[in-house]
Design a protein around this ligand. Structure first.
Ligand code: ZN
Length: 222
């Protein structure tokens, strides 16, 4: 079981992906059925292209943050219009959101709802204060979401490699793969399920025995 409020705030993300191997397998697709060297080469080509595409994309960004973050922040700024701000001075505020009140501090980048510390993006209450002070909201986004970091992530490249069979082996002998030993039965394709997952397709079925209500029985007997 996961709960967002106890995630380490250094991550600056509230995204949770359980069983990341399933996502990876989906991305790999049919490559996982190929021999190991062919699979590695195919994955290398994919990652090579992906790094370059992302780096080019990052070079074209207009704002200080990535477009996705800019969109999230713009939407939060719209929602912030419903909050009522009381300026306490020195960039500290009391913000009323519906029936709840939050203390916001723009200097320490914190809000009582804890979203800002956890995700690195200003929450609705902080956005209300930023809008009130007419500050640039991008200034309050964490550095992790900046274009600079985005480009740094993808700036490294994988150099192109020659065809597998034509590669210069420098006189080393060719290492043959081990002899294939066919095991009895068909090769397994379905994922191994954990002990607590139950059988596939049975999770949604109701196992509880249903009993008639007492009042219903009374009506029937009278
Ligand atoms: Zn907040």
């Amino acid at each position: 079981m996961w709960a967002r409020h106890i995630i380490d705030s250094r991550c600056k993300s509230d995204h949770i992906t359980n069983n990341v191997t399933e996502s990876f397998n989906h991305w790999v697709g049919d490559d996982r059925k190929k021999p190991i060297m062919v699979m590695v080469e195919s994955l290398t080509c994919r990652i090579m292209g992906r790094l370059q595409r992302r780096f080019e994309k990052g070079s074209r960004f207009e704002f200080a943050t990535t477009p996705r973050i800019r969109k999230i922040v713009d939407m939060t700024m719209q929602d912030a219009k419903l909050c009522k701000v009381i300026d306490a001075g020195d960039d500290e505020f009391q913000v009323r959101d519906g029936f709840t009140t939050f203390a916001v501090n723009l200097r320490t980048r914190s809000c009582g709802c804890n979203y800002w510390s956890l995700c690195g993006l200003s929450c609705t209450h902080a956005c209300a204060c930023i809008s009130y002070k007419r500050y640039n909201v991008e200034r309050f986004c964490d550095f992790y979401y900046s274009n600079e970091i985005y480009c740094k992530i993808y700036q490294e490249m994988i150099h192109p490699m020659p065809e597998l069979n034509e590669r210069d082996r420098d006189g080393y002998p060719i290492v043959d793969p081990p002899k294939l030993k066919s095991l009895p039965g068909r090769p397994r394709t379905a994922r191994r399920r954990a002990a607590n997952e139950g059988r596939a397709g049975y999770a949604a079925r109701r196992k509880k025995v249903l009993h008639c209500e007492v009042w219903y029985l009374q009506i029937v007997w009278t």
